[in-house]
Design a protein around this ligand. Structure first.
Ligand code: PLP
Length: 400
């Protein structure tokens, strides 16, 4: 008997759950894009977007997904043949590397294996070996592996090497979920997108950059009129913000999102909520894995795990069986294992991801975990006991 009728829960790491009020905010007739309410509203959004990133720098917005934001950063930072050092902790680091390479950037990838954070000592060594690197590209939280790296530690390594490269950070998976402080952490360029922690549909992305990046990149040869961040960050006329028609419905969604995050819940509280929900997911997996080594989190060290997504392993093909059971029988859709294919498990049927990204609260995360518990039982997948007790204890301790 399927028990999936009722509100479905899409627990994949993007697109994330759309709050009803964000959906409602988008439901309106097309506004005037030359003057009036929309233009006034947009003027008030830039301070909020800066606060979200923790920067007093510039912000450029684009009508695109995260891949488009990579292209925006690549084209503004580099000339053909410039050198980039990519710090890869999963699929998304390699994705950024290949888009830069595709534009003719000379990309060196430092691979960190996909289960642990960037090692700053290796970054320092690579920089000392090559003074000509123009920028270091890193992923804050790699959504495939769920590895989180220490951005401040990378900046410290760059400073220790006395290297002048720019530091550019992909925060698509962490923005509005994990703590990010662009200026305080010494980040020169940062990128994010609408459909993850910002709780909006895919289709809008952001690039923040400081004066140093602006100055260094004034003559970048890969810059094209559409991706150029100069006018978008400092337009003479409204149409130049998006180099054409503004993304009208998305802007109403974004306004609602920024209000929810910054003016209602508050950024520190948003970060704390994601941290607690993630820890409850980790606690459940630790219990399921007791005496069953095949069930385990992808990232062994807790401090190196992102808070918006958790990658985990089960003996193949049980991760796929469990995902299908949860969706069919209980209305919970879990994330597939991304970049986890091996010769023994070519379809990554031993990996899955549980999102805790954006508009997610304790009942949603505990509900997803309880459904997974039911699925493990129904499918007779051997597992340790006490997962729900462990997960609920984390929630109870955070809200005594
Ligand atoms: C989702 C994501 C991207 C890519 O975003 P798309 O919108 O799918 O193009 C890039 N980097 C990270 C870290 C992501 O989580």
């Amino acid at each position: 008997m399927p028990l999936s009728n009722g509100r479905p829960y899409l627990a994949i790491p993007g697109p994330s759950v759309l709050p009803d009020r964000i959906l409602a905010a988008m439901q309106r007739p097309s506004p005037n894009i030359y003057a009036g309410a929309l233009v006034d509203m947009v003027a008030g959004m830039w301070p909020d977007l800066r606060a979200l990133a923790g920067t007093a720098g510039h912000v450029a917005s684009y009508i695109c997904n995260g891949h488009g934001a990579w292209e925006a950063v690549n084209s503004n930072l580099f000339s053909r043949g410039d050198k980039a050092l990519v710090l890869a902790t999963g699929v998304f680091g390699h994705g950024w590397a290949s888009t830069a390479r595709g534009l003719g950037v000379d990309v060196q990838v430092l691979e960190f294996g996909g289960t642990a954070a960037v090692d700053p000592a290796m970054v320092e060594q690579a920089l000392r070996a090559d003074p000509s690197i123009k920028a270091v590209l890193m992923t804050h939280v790699d959504t495939a592996s769920s590895v989180k790296s220490d951005v401040q530690a990378v900046r410290a390594a760059m400073d220790a090497a006395g290297h002048s490269a720019l530091l550019a950070v992909d925060c698509v998976a962490s923005l509005g979920c994990d703590e990010i402080r662009m200026d305080a952490w010494g980040v020169d360029v940062m990128l994010g997108a609408s459909q993850k922690g910002l709780m909006c549909p895919p289709g809008m992305a952001f690039v923040w950059f400081n004066d140093k990046a602006r100055e260094c990149c004034r003559r970048s040869g890969l810059r094209t009129p559409y991706w150029d961040w100069t006018l978008r960050a400092d337009p003479q006329e409204f149409w130049q913000y998006w180099f054409g028609t503004a993304p009208t419905a998305h802007l109403y969604a974004l306004r609602e999102s920024l209000t929810m995050i910054l003016h209602e819940e508050g950024l520190p509280q948003v970060w704390a909520r994601h941290a607690t929900l993630a820890r409850s997911i980790w606690a459940a997996f630790d219990a399921w894995g007791q005496g069953h080594a095949g069930i385990r989190l992808n990232v062994p060290i807790a401090a190196q795990r992102g808070h918006s997504v958790t990658a985990a392993h089960l003996p193949a093909p049980d991760a796929t069986r469990l995902r299908q059971w949860c969706e069919t029988n209980a209305g919970v859709t879990l994330g597939i294992g991304l970049g986890m294919a091996t010769p023994q498990d070519p379809h990554a049927s031993g990996s899955l991801r549980v999102a805790s990204m954006g508009h997610v609260n304790a009942h949603m995360t505990l509900g997803a975990l309880a459904v997974m518990q039911a699925g493990l039982t129904a499918l007779r997948i051997p597992h340790g006991a006490g997962a729900l007790e462990a997960a609920t204890s984390v929630i109870a301790a955070a809200a005594p």
